[in-house]
Design a protein around this ligand. Structure first.
Ligand code: GL7
Length: 821
């Protein structure tokens, strides 16, 4: 008997029925007495029902049509909240709001029930989330693979101005978006040793034996595209023990002992490493990387085997695999192991398949962020993979490298997959370049520096493998969801098509000259500032005026991002206000949001310094409303969504050559926040797009930085030559701000005694001058609003739809596959 189809219509009444049904039958609650959280869960489930059918349809169509799929491997996905995004993307926002409204519930209030899905550290993880949105929107067959962390990035609190970390139990109550797929569970091996055996034909085969086993349970999260029926999935692996517990020990009465292994196994997917750009060498991290890579590859291979009866040489025509940084690079030796050891392919054939399958995105030039694993650790955890890496290396050095540079041992040293100086390490970046057919940087400048510096020798060997794919952001979340008022004004002015073709935003350009349009645009900004002022009041206890200039720096806390340069300017302004109370200075609120890696001492010292300066400035009656400084705790995606639409000025002030791209810069510019920034990362391209008259560029260029360093940079020269700078640094490191002159000595020492590695002092005056220009410009509100509108109008290039279509064309060779109703 065919069951009656359930009513999954999109009308208000259908949605109402679905929500009520979920309240009653899934949650066991009555409409009259259900909690706010129950309503939120029931609403998510009603939407999920409508989405799941399309997920199944997408998967079936992708399989039946036999198209190539891309598999995005990333250790991080910073998804934030999903309900509003899914509602807006699927066009169900209005009907759901109406349905809930009829039942006396306010949708917007329910949205706040959702905990952020914070399975990432910063830009790299959020990029993966934006890419998932774009992949579904532009109808590309894709699967995202990652780890189902029980705890995401830590929750941050300030105690006496200092960062304190708390666990983020984002899914303590489960999540209505994820669906377990136990039938696709995988088993992963670890540790053990390798033995040489011979197969029935007498060929040698390596076998990995005496290993420990771990299970991977996949959880699927549907990814809803905008105005598209493609629903791809994000598949996250949860680690489980091989057996629930050891029966023998259990029978002897050691119940607790018996469960120990289970607990150890589960630590593998317990927590996201809270490091941004740094730190490797932790065994658990390597185990995490291999665990999710092995599960994902087994899943991809399973799909290839059940879907087709094709020779292995056709594998790359069905599966593209993108490595999001080097974190999943162990996938390269893992695929070799599968092909050579398990499937019996000759080495060269397997290697060709690998290179055709993989592509690698590099996200950083920072030397300390380039992953290296000690050979001894690698050998213990993944003995067979180390052998494979050695063999890849030997063939490479004796083959292509020797052919190009005969007898040149220096070249071999630099290109080797093994670093030999100061202990032996596996260089994951070199492995990634060598095992892929494409390596890309994430902004034009970054890619140029990859080719000229980091991978210069690889570039000389394989110039065609390198390309630039400038990052992007999804305009749905970063405009439509976080700023629906501006989104509506744009749609009213130029039509709706910009949501799928961001270049059309250029049609707003002429409206910058229309005073009526400017007034509406300015009002939307001010309304957001009122909302943010309320959040600041609630979170920081500081009253700020929405008429002040909101100056925003939101990003991870890192010396290269130079929050401390921002602080130097703030303290300079503070002093100027005290020295010259009648100066014509437009009131300003400096707003920070940033988490520091828990073990990054100087970053934490900088947070403390900003909070200490804030406490003084905000309570100094001589300053009044002219200057306020606030550090919003627990910066995360959902907070970014509130700050970005309310920002006037966007701080993108990294040392030139350090920020690979940046993506916050794009989000802020899109929402009409003008950039003050260096010629670093994607700032360079933002300037090209918006025009140099609509951005505040300052500071040394990459070439000037190199030159200065070559000459010998001495921060003391700047300190002695610039009285304002000297006073500022001395003041911060006095006892004025905390009563204890020792407190910020680490910061002072870094800036002076330790050589100011990120050149804050060298860029100080140029930054202060640029800030003065900002102040002067802001006083001319007509001009400022015009510049803001032109930023919104001209950043269409930075849509992640454009980025993803470039990946599809230039790297993955993927067709767009629209899914019908
Ligand atoms: C980063 C870069 O630092 C950042 O500039 C870039 O925008 C982002 C996405 O490509 O990747 N690299 C990195 O290791 N992290 C980043 O955010 C953590």
């Amino acid at each position: 008997m065919t069951p009656a189809p359930c009513d999954l219509g999109n009308s208000k009444d259908s949605l109402k029925n679905s929500i009520i049904n979920h309240l009653r039958f899934t949650l066991g609650a009555y409409v009259e007495s259900a909690s706010k959280n129950d309503w939120w869960v029931a609403t998510c489930l009603a939407i999920r029902d409508r989405v799941m059918d399309h997920a199944t349809k997408s998967r079936t169509l992708h399989r039946q049509s036999g198209v190539r799929r891309v598999h995005y491997l990333s250790l991080e996905y910073l998804m934030g909240r999903l309900l509003e995004n899914n509602l807006r993307n699927s066009g169900l926002y209005e009907s759901t709001k109406a349905a809930l409204g009829e039942m006396g519930k306010d949708l917007d209030a329910l949205l706040d029930c959702e905990p952020d899905m914070g399975l990432g550290n910063g830009g790299l993880g959020r990029l993966a989330a934006c890419f998932m949105d774009s992949l579904s929107t532009v109808n590309l067959p894709a699967i995202g693979y990652g780890i189902h962390y029980e705890f995401g990035l830590f929750r941050q609190e300030f105690v006496n101005g200092k960062q304190v970390e708390h666990p983020d139990a984002w899914m303590r109550d489960g999540s209505p978006w994820k669906i377990a797929r136990p039938s696709y569970r995988q088993t992963v091996q670890l540790y053990g040793r390798v033995v040489q055996k011979f197969d029935d034909c007498g060929h040698p085969r390596s076998e990995w034996v005496e290993t420990k086993a771990l299970l991977g349970l996949p959880w699927d999260i549907p990814i809803v595209g905008y105005d598209s029926h493609t629903v791809n999935v994000l598949r996250l692996w949860q680690a489980q023990a091989d057996e629930d517990f050891n029966f023998q020990v259990f029978n002897e009465g050691s119940y607790v002992e018996a469960l120990r292994d289970k607990a150890i196994a589960e630590t593998v997917s317990k927590v996201l490493y809270p490091n941004d750009s740094t730190e490797s060498g932790k065994e658990l991290r390597l185990v995490q990387q291999y665990f999710f890579v092995a599960c994902s590859l087994a899943d991809i291979v399973r799909r290839f085997k059940v879907g087709y009866t094709l020779p292995w040489s056709e594998f790359p025509s069905k599966a593209a695999i993108q490595l999001n940084d080097t974190h999943p690079a162990v996938a390269i030796p893992e695929l070799m192991r599968i092909l050579v050891d398990l499937e019996g392919l000759p080495w060269n054939e397997a290697w060709k398949i690998c290179q055709e399958t993989f592509a690698y995105t590099n996200h950083t030039l920072l030397p300390e962020a380039l992953e290296m694993w000690s050979v001894s650790l690698f050998e213990r955890v993944l003995p067979r993979h180390l052998q494979i890496i050695y063999q890849i290396n030997q063939l490479f050095l004796e083959g292509d490298v020797e052919a190009k540079w005969p007898g040149d041992s220096e070249k071999k040293r630099s290109l080797s997959l093994i670093e030999e100086r100061g202990g032996k390490y596996v260089r994951m970046a070199n492995l990634s370049v060598l095992g892929s057919h494409a390596t890309n940087g994430v902004a034009a400048l970054h890619t140029r520096l990859l080719c000229e510096r980091l991978f210069a020798d690889f570039y000389a060997l394989y110039p065609d493998r390198f390309l630039n794919l400038t990052n992007g952001i999804t305009f749905r979340r970063w405009l439509d969801v976080c700023n629906p008022q501006l989104s509506a004004l744009i749609t009213e002015t130029i039509g709706e098509s910009w949501k799928k073709n961001a270049d059309l935003l250029r049609n707003l350009d002429p409206h910058a000259d229309d005073p009526a349009f400017r007034a509406r645009y300015a009002k939307i900004k001010r309304d957001h500032k009122v909302v943010l002022a309320k959040i600041i009041e609630d979170e920081c206890g500081v009253t700020v005026s929405p008429d002040a200039l909101f100056d925003v720096q939101i990003k991870r806390l890192h010396e290269y991002k130079r929050q401390h340069l921002n602080l130097l300017n703030i303290v300079t302004l503070y002093r100027e206000i005290l020295d010259n109370p009648n100066a014509d200075f437009h009131p300003r609120v400096f707003i920070f949001g940033a988490k520091a890696a828990p073990g990054y001492f100087l970053a934490k010292n900088i947070i403390h310094a900003i909070n200490a300066v804030a406490a003084k400035v905000n309570n100094d009656p001589r300053v009044g409303d002219k200057l306020k400084v606030v550090f919003l705790p627990n910066y995360r995606v959902s907070l970014a969504e509130k700050i970005i639409p309310a920002s006037d000025l966007s701080e993108q002030i990294s040392t030139a050559g350090k920020e690979a791209s940046g993506t916050g810069n794009m989000k802020l510019a899109l929402n009409g926040s003008l950039t003050i920034g260096t010629l670093d990362g994607a700032n360079v391209e933002i300037e090209e797009e918006v025009g140099s008259e609509n951005i505040f560029i300052f500071g040394l260029t990459v070439e000037e930085v190199t030159e200065l360093r070559a000459k010998g940079y001495n921060p003391w020269d700047y300190y002695w030559a610039n009285e304002k700078l000297r006073n500022t640094i001395d003041w911060i490191s006095s006892d004025y701000f905390t009563g204890n002159a020792e407190e910020f000595q680490p910061l002072r020492r870094s800036l002076l005694d330790h050589g100011d590695p990120y050149l804050c002092l060298a860029d100080y005056q140029s930054y202060v001058d640029a800030q003065a220009k900002v102040d002067a410009t802001y006083k001319d509100q007509d001009k400022w609003v015009k510049m803001a509108i032109l930023n919104t109008a001209r950043v269409g290039k930075f849509s992640s739809d454009r980025t993803i279509l470039q990946y599809a064309e230039k790297v993955w060779n993927l067709p767009q596959v629209p899914i019908g109703e």
